[in-house]
Design a protein around this ligand. Structure first.
Ligand SMILES: N[C@@H](CCC(=O)N[C@@H](CS)C(=O)NCC(=O)O)C(=O)O
Length: 321
């Protein structure tokens, strides 16, 4: 048996112990004020390609919205279920992104003269509309650069999501959340052996209990303000009962049964308008109908009842905007 014994999803594999491993390699080019990598901050030039199903893309959608960068950076929204070449713009008229003029995100990746990492065609990806080429797909760096490099184009009252004095703690908490929760749910869902699943499940729930405890005495994960640590955690929480609880077998407890985490999730939904970035239909369709290796019938469950998760009229996260 080789190290890469099966490939549940592009960009990842199951190792010989049955553990799910993410390749997590990125195009690391940065868009900066000084344009040191050849890409300067310039309103109207870049297009953020996302899927509303994807938690990694969700972090860039949230950050862009919190900072009021919607006018400066446009957004291409792929449909939730993709074909063998990954994400497509099938929600757009004619199945073509109206700005990039392409039907598949792959077309923007293929424009790169030096190719792209083995992690494949992933969202989020920032595309240069001048060349039609993907500049970066490194979501860790994209959100930080939206905070620090795009300051001249943010709304005047934008929150400081990455304050200097809290950065060490934000990194520390975000790393734990990434390892045990954001990626932890995938390690449960795509485990190839009982032992690997059991270990991932235990690691996930130890961290969820730690988070529940932490949030029982504080409103935000780090400091007393919204930060990138909250942006890191929240997209996983909002998908929890709709996707991870069933599809990924993370079924010890529902989010709605963890009082501090449930209250925290609802607080951010409402106070910071996170709700207007969520599309449960896209989330469920993507997970249940795309991962046919773990859900071979492709049947998408009707529940849970998310009718109580509402946003003001006109703020719903639909398809392309
Ligand atoms: N690969 C990045 C995150 C980006 C990512 O994996 N995005 C997923 C969607 S949730 C993707 O685009 N996968 C490729 C596909 O579904 O074809 C990481 O490891 O942190």
């Amino acid at each position: 048996m080789t190290d890469q014994s099966s490939d549940p999803k592009p960009g990842s594999y199951v190792n010989k112990e049955g553990g799910y491993e993410r390749k997590a390699r990125y195009i690391e080019t940065r868009i900066t004020k000084d344009g040191r990598d050849g890409y300067a901050v310039e309103p109207g030039r870049y297009r953020l390609a996302v899927s509303r199903a994807c938690p990694w893309a969700h972090r860039t959608i949230l950050t862009r919205q919190l900072l009021g960068l919607e006018e400066a950076i446009s957004m291409a929204v792929a449909g939730p279920v993709h074909d063998e070449d990954s994400w497509t713009f099938d929600l757009d008229p004619g199945g073509v992104d109206p700005v990039l003029g392409i039907p598949r995100l792959k077309d923007a990746y293929d424009k790169r003269p030096d190719g792209y990492p083995e992690s494949g065609i992933t969202v989020p990806a920032v595309v240069d509309t001048q060349t039609g080429m993907v500049v970066t797909n490194d979501f860790h760096q994209i959100v930080k650069d939206l905070v620090t490099e795009w300051t001249d184009h943010q709304r005047p009252d934008a929150p400081d999501l990455w304050p200097e004095h809290l950065r060490d703690e934000i990194e520390e908490v975000s790393d734990l959340v990434y390892r045990d929760v954001n990626n932890g749910v995938y390690r449960c869902g795509f485990a190839g052996t009982q032992e690997a699943y059991d270990a991932a499940y235990d690691q996930l729930w130890a961290r969820m209990d730690w988070l529940e405890e932490r949030l029982s005495t504080r409103r935000y994960l780090v400091g007393d303000q919204l930060t990138l640590a909250d942006v890191r955690l929240w997209p996983t929480l909002v998908r929890f009962d709709a996707a991870y609880h069933g599809h990924f077998k993370c079924n010890r407890t529902k989010l709605t049964e963890m009082p501090a985490l449930w209250g925290y999730a609802r607080d951010l939904w409402q106070t910071w308008d996170f709700g207007s970035t969520v599309n449960f239909e896209h989330i469920k369709a993507h997970y249940y109908a795309t991962h046919l290796d773990i859900n071979p019938t492709g049947i998408v469950p009707k529940g849970p009842d998310t009718s109580g998760w509402t946003v003001p009229a006109g703020r719903e996260a639909l398809g392309p905007k």
